[in-house]
Ligand binder design. Structure first.
Ligand code: FE
Length: 362
């Protein structure tokens, strides 16, 4: 089963988007009438339907707090994969009011498919820096993650690697590990390089990086750190929060050793800054509870929610002035690439083709 239901509060009943939206609302309304209270039935109808590719452990406390504060029930369906296909096949009848997804690539792909709608919210405009939200409100960043270089503490000298460009230079021959070039995280990173240096610069980088790989692209971000730990390579590329997840991993304590073996290097601090991506939210075109969907996104951008949201997954809050998890704070301050993510998103198609053209994964 791709998804399962989260029972967020005692009053939440089963919600299956495979059935129609009304299968849930009608019984609730009848129950209210039977209890002799039309008001109660109306109050109970305040809800919002969320498709989330963000994990239940992360969302559950936030959604519970939102319901407690607003009285709006959240029916969340977790789907690790296949959200876009699902929304597309459900079309106008989709019960989803909003989605949560990681990486600008995923949000942008939903937008390109015409599945999202514009939202206007002064609250979101003030809480979220412009570069991390769509200019017309089609998507909003809610947490930030930097795509950094992990460098072996023993085999990489201080200052030896300080820019993404260094990963493609001859000195790194046979020393670099990275996941698939076609993965959404790496396509976004390459798209940011297209924005910074144009297609020629990006192509030279992708080619140089491929030439330096210690092994064929494989595994996830954590697997690259493991490979550095095991001596297969000296530097790797990955998202910041995985360092937190590895360093505190009680289920698989071996990962603590992987994390300990590397330093985090925030690339390009002397020039354009480090590529920072988002996880975010968007209101679907099919939304029937649009106002509630906006309220939920606004809540997730609030100080209280931002702290929990970012901390729990070792990410950075998108809203300025919110405290970081101490471990995240220990990695130090850094300068983020100022390129608007909408602009980066526009270059993703070309970046993806570029990965193929340099046969990055072969
Ligand atoms: Fe991830």
């Amino acid at each position: 089963m791709l998804e399962y239901l989260l029972r967020l509060t005692g009053v939440i009943r089963g919600f299956s988007p495979a059935k129609s939206f009304t299968t849930y609302v009608i019984p609730a309304a009848i129950a209210g009438l039977a209890a002799g209270s039309i008001m109660a039935a109306e109050a109970r109808a305040e809800e919002v339907n969320l498709y989330s590719s963000r994990q239940p452990f992360l969302m559950q406390p936030l959604l519970q707090a939102f319901t407690a504060e607003s009285g709006i029930k959240v029916n969340m369906v977790y789907m690790k994969k296949g959200m876009l296909e699902r929304l597309r096949s459900e079309g106008r009848n989709s019960p989803a009011d909003l989605i949560l997804a990681a990486d600008i690539g995923n949000l942008h792909n939903h937008d390109k498919a015409g599945l999202l709608q514009a939202v206007t919210s002064p609250t979101l405009d003030s809480n979220i820096p412009a570069q991390y939200r769509h200019p017309k409100g089609h998507w909003f960043g809610l947490t930030l993650r930097a795509r950094v270089i992990y460098a072996s503490k023993t085999r990489v000298r201080p200052g030896e690697v300080s820019r993404y460009e260094d990963l493609a230079a001859p000195a790194m021959k046979g020393r670099v590990c990275i996941r698939s070039g076609k993965h959404v995280y790496n396509v976004s990173l390459l798209a940011s390089i297209v924005v910074a240096q144009g297609m020629d610069g990006a192509k030279a980088w992708a080619k140089g990086l491929k030439a330096n790989l210690a092994r064929k692209p494989q595994g996830n971000d954590r697997a690259q750190v493991k490979a550095v730990y095991q001596g297969e390579c000296d530097v790797a590329v990955g998202n910041t929060y995985y360092m937190g997840k590895m360093a505190t991993n009680e289920k698989d304590p071996e990962q603590k050793k992987w994390a300990k073996s590397v330093n985090i290097i925030f690339p390009n601090q002397q020039d354009r800054g480090t590529h920072v991506n988002i996880s975010g939210a968007a209101v679907t075109k099919s939304a029937r509870n649009k106002a509630n969907a906006i309220r939920l996104i606004e809540y997730l951008s609030s100080d209280a929610a931002q702290k929990i949201y970012a901390e729990r997954n070792f990410e950075y809050p998108v809203k300025a002035g919110v405290a970081l998890h101490p471990l995240v704070a220990s990695w130090g301050k850094f300068k983020a690439d100022k390129a608007h993510l909408a602009k980066v998103a526009q270059e993703r198609t070309r970046a993806s083709k570029l990965m193929d053209r340099v046969s990055f994964n072969n």
